[in-house]
Design a protein around this ligand. Structure first.
Ligand code: SAM
Length: 250
């Protein structure tokens, strides 16, 4: 059965934009529900792996409502969040106005500033090369028309020595676990979408997009092809989620 939010090729961006415009206001709540709150833990893990140092500049692509951007800012990075959805960005900006990243400073050595949020395309970044010490993307690469182009852009704007991190749904290497997990994505996640968002298709999109995304192993391959150092795959929940890590050579 085709998914109203998944389209191959150039129509993809418009469909993805329509999807996030539709779910933006409930996105955080539904994320908690479908991951049993675990996404918060995984995002903190990404922020820790980024090894923020005082004065670092961080870029979070496909930042959505800003979780990773806020996590990096709390660790003391001067952080920019970029997303192409005005509706998702509006939630991030509202959070920024309400909370203030400084209220939960995780790095007492440094002054905290809220992230700056910009609208833009992750495949065509409006930043010069070698601008950032940290470049992250959480649950974003899978949504791009061309995920490899996204990694190339991350690499381009990264300074020598920068840490690049990708968090996304993965493909578990164990066939039995993969079948159980894909069943959860096919049945329970759309049910949550239907009950709490009035739209099952929006959440069925996760499985649809994952089918077309080569996941953690291919991202690691791409990082190696770009000659990143210390390339690692950190499998979470047996590979159902994964963090890809690599460093740009100095
Ligand atoms: C699943 S959400 C992830 C949000 C956030 N990073 C998180 O982990 O909660 C995916 C985000 O990617 C954004 N996105 C998709 N394609 C994009 C593109 N080409 N450029 C910028 N943002 C994009 C969507 O608007 C959406 O906010």
């Amino acid at each position: 059965m085709s998914n109203e939010f998944y389209a191959p090729g150039e129509q993809r961006a418009a469909k993805v934009n329509a999807l996030f415009a539709r779910i933006a206001r409930r996105y955080d709540f539904l994320n908690d529900l479908q991951s049993f709150g675990l996404h918060r833990h995984w995002k903190r893990r990404v922020a820790a792996l980024a090894q923020v140092k005082t004065g670092d500049r961080a870029l979070d692509l496909c930042c959505g409502t800003g979780d990773l951007a806020f996590a990096l800012a709390r660790r003391g990075a001067e952080t920019t969040g970029l997303d192409f959805s005005p509706q998702m960005l509006q939630v991030a900006i509202n959070r920024s106005r309400k909370s203030g990243a400084g209220s939960q400073n995780e790095n007492p050595q440094s002054a905290i500033r809220n992230p700056q949020f910009f609208q833009g395309d992750a495949q065509q970044l409006p930043f010069p090369e070698k601008t950032f010490d940290i470049v992250t993307v959480g649950y974003g690469l899978r949504n791009l028309t061309n995920w490899e182009r996204g990694v190339e852009e991350m690499f381009r704007v990264a300074r020598p020595g920068a840490r690049l991190l990708v968090l996304d749904f993965g493909k578990p290497p164990n066939a039995v676990w993969r079948a159980v997990y894909f069943t959860h994505l096919r049945l329970s996640v759309p049910l949550i979408g239907r009950l709490f968002c009035g739209n099952a298709q929006a959440y069925a999109y996760i499985l649809e997009s994952l089918k077309h995304y080569p996941a953690q192993l291919a991202v690691a391959e791409k990082m190696r092809a770009l000659h990143l150092k210390n390339v690692r795959v950190i499998n979470l929940l047996g590979g159902a989620m994964a963090i890809n890590y690599g460093e740009k050579s100095a």
